[in-house]
Write a protein that binds this ligand. Structure first.
Ligand code: GDP
Length: 211
């Protein structure tokens, strides 16, 4: 794709927050979900990709943080901000409720094309993230990894951190998932993610047309 400019998103709007998959809007467009531990940089990444400051803020307002938040992008696809996992201050009961809600959404949402799992590039592989990837694979749900906040590391430390992550994955995974290296500060990775989404939108449309 070098030399070809990836078209920016022209319009992204918050659509609705849903408490469970059955209340989500009609799955009339290809959908991409974003998930990760709290504070991983999910809101910042969504705002960076969409080019709209404060877009994902709505998902962080009290009461909306435990909901499935849908955004419509260019009237063509849905971006979904899923509640973060790994909150320290949440009861076992709440955690279980979250797990059920997210798992049902991921398994049942038919127009969900791919889930972006966000990982803080400064941290070593975390059990919560790794367990979630295993669950996704067991359920044959496609996902990619997005390494966030890479501007906080020198090139060398970033390379070391990514290589350590890949080495860790290789211990138990035959295939290493697709990875995106991003920074909400410098917009690194924006074009790659958008290109990936646009390509998948075309594949999805082709698939629908073939039915
Ligand atoms: P969320 O809880 O996953 O939605 O995380 P936020 O997007 O709210 O980010 C958590 C903190 O990390 C905030 O202070 C952000 O400003 C900061 N942050 C997020 N992404 C980046 C990034 O790419 N680079 C830097 N330097 N800081 C970031």
């Amino acid at each position: 794709m070098q030399g070809n400019k990836i078209p920016d998103i022209l319009n992204a709007e918050f659509l609705v927050s849903s408490p469970d998959v059955s209340s989500c809007p009609e799955g009339s467009k290809p959908e991409y979900a974003f998930i990760g531990r709290s504070n991983v940089g999910k809101s910042s990444l969504i705002n960076m990709i969409c080019g709209i400051k404060g877009l994902a803020k709505i998902s962080q307002t009290p009461g909306k943080t435990r909901l499935i938040n849908h955004f419509v992008v260019d009237d063509d696809w849905f971006l979904v901000d899923l509640p973060g996992y790994g909150y320290a201050k949440i009861s076992q009961r709440e955690r279980e409720k979250w797990r059920k809600m997210i798992h049902a959404y991921l398994r049942k949402r038919e127009n969900l094309v791919c889930t972006f799992i966000l990982i803080d590039s400064r941290h070593e592989p975390q059990k919560l993230d790794l367990d979630f990837m295993v669950w996704m694979a067991e359920n044959q749900l496609p996902f990619v990894l997005v390494f966030t906040k890479t501007d906080k590391l020198s090139k060398r430390n970033l390379d070391d951190s990514l290589n350590a992550y890949i080495r860790h994955l290789r211990l138990s995974w035959e295939e290493i998932p697709r990875m995106f290296i991003t920074s909400a500060k410098t917009s690194r990775g924006k074009d790659e993610i958008l290109q990936y989404i646009y390509e998948n939108n075309e594949l999805y449309k082709g698939y629908l047309a073939s039915l």
